[in-house]
Design a protein around this ligand. Structure first.
Ligand code: ADP
Length: 437
């Protein structure tokens, strides 16, 4: 209030002073008074401005300081609590993981980013043999002491899961390696070990049993066949003739089944050895056409043979087994073709692969059955009326695997089927030229 009165009187003094100066001219005393008043007013205004900024700032500071200080102990306690909760949870999870790993029947090993063993469970040590103690930091070669495992583990580091078997301490183990990528990129490889000794022993017994039974049955079946043929040569009544014919048909089916069963068991048991040799593709196709025409001339089914490969192309393959694969696929294609239909056989050689495609114009295979037709004895519902053992495609699948390749099928019901066999090309040895057939 006092300052306002003073300011008002200073302004009045300034106004009167200015008026007097204009009327009577510049007087040094008046001028001095005017300058002093002006300076005083400026100081007043400056102080007023500073107060406008300082007051809210002071208020802010005076409010903030007590609040932060008051809250600090509470916030600190909450932080400590949260920290101890987290530590407790981590310890609980660690304990859970350890007890799970300890109780697991399967062996588990983790290799870290530098291909060194980071952790393993007791089952892994038990399965790999107590005589070779595991220790963190070991390399895959030190852990497994074989040539195959480090290669498979290296592949898993590159993102390709792998599965292989290992014989160790009179046990057969199945190893599976999967890329370990908890945060996106692969930082390790996780390995599981299963003891498949018993499974393998059972499988070997099954295969031996089937192989022995089919072998033992071959001779009596041949004897029955000869007897049936002799009967047909006899003067028999009509009914006798019909019975002898039926006997011959059944014996033929049985002989076919026995042949397929023993062939499959030979492939599955590893008894069948491939004999790869250089083969001239053009010559192979020419004899393939001859065989087809000799065998299926009566069926009226046409063969459309195509080969897309440079002239004189030689490949290294077991010709007998390749013919067996094609014969199985082609006999199915002919069997399911409509009268007068065409069976297509096309071969392409590109890069490191050779592909054979066998197609037909038959009824095709429903999508739901396509995954099952390669199983032993599986015959699609629509095929029961046709002759067959249900073993042909299983033989094809196993032969393809044995040759390092695969067989796939594409089909739409009503639009035929196309089976594709893809085989790797083995390198032709420089000394071996394609044979002239
Ligand atoms: P099968 O002796 O019965 O022919 P395969 O193992 O060769 O035995 O074939 C299994 C089943 O796959 C056949 O019974 C049939 O249902 C189906 N199949 C195979 N090839 C063809 C084809 N070209 N067209 C239609 N179905 C097929």
């Amino acid at each position: 209030m006092g300052r306002a009165l003073l300011s008002l009187s200073a302004m009045l003094f300034l106004g009167v002073g200015l008026g007097m100066t204009l009327r009577h001219g510049l007087d040094s005393l008046w001028t001095l008074g005017l300058v002093a008043t002006l300076a005083w007013l400026l100081v007043l205004m400056a102080r007023w401005q500073v107060r406008m900024v300082a007051e809210p700032l002071g208020q802010l500071l005076s409010e903030a300081r007590p609040m932060a200080i008051e809250d600090l102990p509470g916030a600190w306690t909450a932080l400590e609590q949260e920290n101890s909760d987290l530590r407790e949870r981590a310890a609980r999870e660690d304990h859970l993981l350890r007890s799970m790993m300890t109780r697991l029947e399967e062996g588990v090993l983790l290799f870290g980013a530098s291909s060194a063993l980071e952790s393993f469970n007791p089952a892994a040590q038990r399965l790999l043999g107590l005589g070779a103690p595991l220790a963190t930091g070991m390399s895959p070669l030190e852990v497994f002491q074989d040539a195959e495992s480090p290669v498979a583990i290296q592949r898993a580091y590159l993102g390709v899961p792998a599965e292989w078997r290992l014989e160790r301490a009179s046990r057969v183990l199945r190893l599976r390696a999967i890329p370990f990528a908890p945060s996106g990129s692969t930082t390790g490889v996780l390995l599981t070990l299963d003891d498949i000794t018993r499974q393998e022993a059972l499988e070997t017994t099954r295969q031996k049993f089937i192989s022995n039974v089919s072998h033992e049955l071959k001779t009596p079946v041949t004897v029955i066949r000869i007897a049936a043929e002799n009967l047909l040569d006899e003067r028999l009544s009509e009914a006798g003739q019909a019975s002898a014919q039926a006997l011959l048909r059944s014996v033929d089916r049985l002989a076919l089944l026995l042949g397929d069963v023993s062939e499959l068991s030979r492939i599955e048991s590893g008894a069948l050895r491939l004999v790869p040799e250089p083969v001239d593709l053009a010559g192979f196709l020419a004899s393939f056409r001859e065989d087809f025409e000799a065998r299926y001339a009566a069926s009226g089914i046409q063969l459309a043979l195509q080969g897309a490969f440079p002239e004189g192309t030689g490949v290294v393959v077991d010709p007998l087994r390749l013919s067996q694969i094609l014969e199985n696929l082609v006999s199915n294609a002919v069997k399911f073709s409509p009268p007068g239909g065409t069976v297509g056989v096309a071969v392409t050689v590109a890069g490191q692969r050779m592909q054979w495609a066998v197609s037909d114009e038959g009824p095709g295979i429903p999508a739901a059955e396509q995954g099952r037709i390669f199983e032993r004895f599986y015959r699609a519902a629509g095929a029961k009326a046709k002759p067959g053992t249900g073993l042909g495609l299983a033989i094809v699948k196993h032969l393809c695997r044995l040759m390092g390749g695969e067989v796939t099928v594409e089909s739409r019901p009503g639009e035929g089927a196309c089976f594709r066999v893809t085989l790797p090309l083995l390198p032709v040895q420089p000394s071996e030229g394609p044979p002239s057939r």
